[in-house]
Design a protein around this ligand. Structure first.
Ligand code: ZN
Length: 249
């Protein structure tokens, strides 16, 4: 079985459309989503509809919660807060209700596959250093001891971490975009962001995992960044949100 793992779409319709076309060309069996369907970009409604119609399993992100009124926007920086308020005003009551009902991570999406937005401990926390990685493995060992692969998002940068059988410490595989899950290993994987990549590469980022071969790959897809930027400016959203897309920052 082949699964596509999507994260941090953030209302970027052009990027999501390009990713879904790629997924269709690859013949994927299931789509999983790690949250942040909305926020930042100008097409929250169409993106939420597409993802919710397509995904076999979803967990909510902090922007989904903020827009739906489940998280105080005081936690957001001024630009993210302005975009969240705009998004709340531009989603109908039905979609807002669907965002409000999105499940909290971590959750199991299949045999040994765990989904979360930030970390397995805290959906709003960032997995960015050795301490958060070690704590994530500890949390999985306790709560989901059969985990083979835990997908997370939130940082908007792809990341592959492996803990091999017998290892005391996990290894961060910097710059790698592919790994084979070996017997006895556990992986922590961030597939990157579709709607606002921040690793210096403006192309939309998502993941493909084959449960039979154990192969995971980060896939990058070019999309019409100019169109998305134009929509952001036309909507009256903060212009910084348009500039950063072209740079992938
Ligand atoms: Zn995000």
């Amino acid at each position: 079985m082949t699964c596509a793992v999507l994260s941090d779409i953030h209302g970027n319709f052009e990027a999501l459309e390009a990713v879904l076309a790629k997924i269709d060309s690859l013949g994927v069996d299931a789509v999983y989503c790690l949250g942040d369907l909305v926020g930042y970009n100008a097409d929250p409604g169409p993106c939420a509809e597409l993802v919710l119609g397509r995904a076999a399993a979803v967990v909510r992100g902090n922007h989904d919660k903020g827009v739906a009124g489940l998280l105080s926007l005081d936690w957001f920086n001024p630009i993210a807060k302005e975009a969240a308020l705009w998004t709340r005003g531009n989603l109908g009551p039905q979609l807002l209700e669907r965002l409000r009902r999105l499940p909290e991570g971590p959750r199991l999406a299949g045999e040994g596959v765990v989904l979360c937005h930030g970390t397995p401990m805290d959906e709003d926390a960032y997995m960015v250093d050795a301490a958060s990685i070690a704590e994530s493995f500890r949390c999985l060992d306790e709560r989901f001891p059969r985990t083979r692969i835990c997908f997370h998002g939130h940082t908007h940068s792809p990341l592959i971490v492996v803990r091999r059988e017998g290892d005391r410490k996990a290894s961060v595989l910097r710059g790698r975009d592919e790994i084979v899950l070996e017997a006895g290993s556990t992986l922590l994987i961030n597939p990157g962001s579709i709607g606002q990549p921040r690793d210096g590469n403006p192309r939309a980022s998502f993941g493909i995992f084959n449960t039979d071969t154990g192969v995971f790959q980060v896939v990058r897809v070019a999309y019409a960044v100019e169109t998305t930027s134009r929509k952001i400016r036309a909507a009256g959203l903060p212009p910084e949100l348009a500039w950063r897309l072209a740079e992938g920052r």
